[in-house]
Design a protein around this ligand. Sequence first.
Ligand SMILES: Cc1cc2nc3c(=O)[nH]c(=O)nc-3n(C[C@H](O)[C@H](O)[C@H](O)COP(=O)(O)O)c2cc1C
Length: 172
Amino acid sequence: MKKVVILTGSPVKKGTTDALVEHFAYGAQATGNKVERFDTAFMHITPCDGVRECKVEDDMTKITKSLVEADVLVFATPIYYFTMSGQLKIAIDRFFNLGETMKGKKKVYVLAAGGGPAEAMVGLTVTMDGIIKYMGWEKAGEVLAGNCPDPGALAKTEYCMQAYNMGQKVGM
Ligand SMILES: Cc1cc2nc3c(=O)[nH]c(=O)nc-3n(C[C@H](O)[C@H](O)[C@H](O)COP(=O)(O)O)c2cc1C
């Protein structure tokens, strides 16, 4: 059983990001893994204040233990202006304070939905690939749901099934 922690960045409750995440989570749970989900857009997470010894007490403290102990991390976001949403980025910036404890052996999946084509998500993939390399993590997969401005468009594609299949394989 792997500990899977999903961080989402969409402020839309039943949108495209949520659909991808739900499918991934079903797949991971179906194969006996423990899944925790944190929706950063609905949490009180303040932006990094640039202080290395961050003493800010907000909802980030509810996520920290899970993040550090996770075997698998999933970052799920709508594309906002060619990259991840600000909500998700603010949470990721706060990893800085966790330092070495976040580094090491973790598998990472990226789920994203955008109204434009998947090729226009390069801002997200370059950023995520940089973070993954810096942290010493392993990129295990991504679903880049291009041309999906809303759940109706997403439902006509294979992306949710891809997310489900990826979730099923997290333990492998
Ligand atoms: C502020 C904002 C900026 C956006 N920028 C982009 C973009 O640069 N590229 C893109 O493909 N879609 C963009 N979109 C469309 C969303 O990524 C798309 O509708 C996505 O499916 C929304 O996901 P959600 O339902 O989880 O919120 C933008 C949407 C908003 C609200």
